[in-house]
Design a protein around this ligand. Structure first.
Ligand SMILES: [Zn+2]
Length: 73
């Protein structure tokens, strides 16, 4: 399923953010702390890895602040 985030203002500078997609050749992981992990044993797998193709999720970015927001299921 493909969804799109509505227009948002940058949380840092307030300018309207540019719509697009975040692409990755690996899964996107999340942790509450900055500790290094030896394996992919992170707190949460936000976007699972796809087989033989890159993954993409809808996102918004601010080029000025170098901030990206992306949506995951
Ligand atoms: Zn900004």
């Amino acid at each position: 399923m493909e969804r799109k985030i509505n227009t948002f203002s940058c949380p840092l500078c307030g300018q309207e953010m540019e719509e697009g997609y975040v692409h990755s050749r690996k899964q996107i992981l999340w942790s509450d702390d900055p500790k290094e992990r030896l394996y992919d044993l992170y707190d949460e797998n936000l976007v699972p890895m796809a087989i033989r193709r890159s993954i993409k999720v809808p996102g918004l970015r601010c080029k000025e602040c170098k901030v990206v927001l992306f949506e995951y299921e």
